[in-house]
Design a protein around this ligand. Structure first.
Ligand code: NAI
Length: 354
């Protein structure tokens, strides 16, 4: 495997600065790309040390969304909004009303939704001012609601594909380690449990882990032990950057496939995994079920369309892994290359891989 010189960051189309003294709104909306459709990506409310830091985070996240949406074959570009958490007490409704006005100014070039620090209630406030928002309360008969079960289903499908490649068998005889048993991890356990898969689980909330372990007859280990636990497949479903120079050396699994964004701490850690004979399924290829549901909600697609597209996650992963093998690229480099090609050429991912 060689590492091609893929530039680490492609410049965004637009950085829209937000500043509203009355509500305390300070932040940016980054439109990385609108070539494949409106730039979609959630709104993060976080305590950043500086405006420069929040902008850097938004740039990185918006680029990631562009790649995720492109490889999920969604008619969406990639964007992200980042709001710097106001210091002291603030009026949350006023903050999101001001944010909504900024989203409205972009006239549909950016579609927002929840992300870290924001909620359905916040998006409902945004919806009073602009229709360019998803992640609203579930409306009867329409796609929408919590995207996490769709994310978990996509990860599960991708895991089946990865398992076929590494072990030449399905998941039934495998032992899967699940790190993080929140919205996505718990649902992934449900799917694995229903498929009769043996599990080892961990969460920083030990009671939650114990409850799930008992329910599924899984082994519970400490959060420190899960990355090195004896298992065939590791599913990071907690935080990003868990595969680093130390943890990679401890991994016993031969396949890493989970929901967490930015699983690799550095680009080099993808290389380290490959060197150890571990197949890494690129995070944004396998965790796109949630954004697919968000897209369907925004565009008014029926639920059946979401089901069909999420069921296709394994095929899209296979396309990326085949490209990786054919061109001797690391899987995450192959994914980036295909996503960039799709964005710049406006072609479908499948057409590029052929
Ligand atoms: P969540 O916040 O509901 O669950 C995360 C869980 O991880 C919590 O139960 C937490 O206690 C646990 N945790 C935190 N640190 C841990 C550690 N060191 N060891 C073990 N457990 C730990 O989050 P959610 O929604 O389930 O998302 C999980 C990951 O998937 C996140 O990285 C998120 O960015 C990513 N993701 C989620 C999507 C979704 O639809 N919810 C979509 C795409 C990505």
């Amino acid at each position: 495997m060689h590492s091609p010189d893929l530039s680490p960051g492609v410049p965004p189309e637009t950085v829209h600065v937000m500043s509203d003294r009355n509500s305390g709104l300070e932040g940016v909306i980054v439109l990385h790309s609108t070539r494949l459709g409106p730039a979609a990506g959630g709104c993060r409310l976080w305590n950043y040390a500086s405006a420069a830091q929040s902008t850097t985070d938004a740039l990185r996240l918006a680029e990631g969304m562009a790649y995720k949406n492109a490889l999920a074959d969604l008619p969406l570009g990639g964007g992200k909004a980042v709001i710097n958490l106001p210091s002291g007490a603030f009026d949350r409704q006023a903050l999101f009303a001001a944010f909504a006005r900024e989203v409205a100014k972009l006239g549909g070039a950016y579609i927002t939704a929840e992300d870290v620090g924001t909620s359905v209630a916040d998006m409902e406030v945004v919806h009073r001012t602009t229709r360019h928002v998803a992640g609203l309360s579930l409306r009867e008969g329409q796609a929408g609601g919590d995207p996490s079960p769709w994310t978990a289903l996509g990860v599960f499908n991708a895991m089946q594909e990865g398992s076929q490649r590494v072990f030449a068998s399905g998941l039934s005889g495998a032992r899967v380690g699940v790190q993080g048993l929140g919205h996505v991890g718990a649902e992934l356990c449900r799917l694995l449990g229903a498929a009769g898969v043996e599990m080892v689980v961990a969460d920083t909330r030990p009671n939650l882990a114990a409850e799930l372990a008992e329910y599924y007859g899984a082994q519970q280990v400490s959060p420190h032990a899960i990355l090195s636990a004896p298992c065939d497949i590791l599913a990071p479903c907690a935080l990003g950057a868990v595969m680093d120079e130390f943890s990679v050396e401890q991994v016993q699994a031969r396949l890493v496939c989970g929901a967490a964004n930015n699983v690799l701490a550095t680009d080099r850690d993808g290389f380290r995994l490959a060197e150890r004979g571990v197949l890494y399924c690129p995070d944004y290829v396998v965790n796109s079920g949630g954004i697919t549901n968000v897209c369907a909600e925004y565009l008014g697609w029926p639920l059946a369309e979401v089901e069909h597209r999420v069921a296709d996650t394994g095929r899209r992963l296979a396309m990326v892994l085949e490209h990786s093998e054919q061109h001797s690229l690391l899987p995450h480099h192959a994914a980036d290359k295909l996503a960039r090609a799709r964005i710049s050429g406006g072609e479908s991912g499948s057409a590029i891989a052929a």
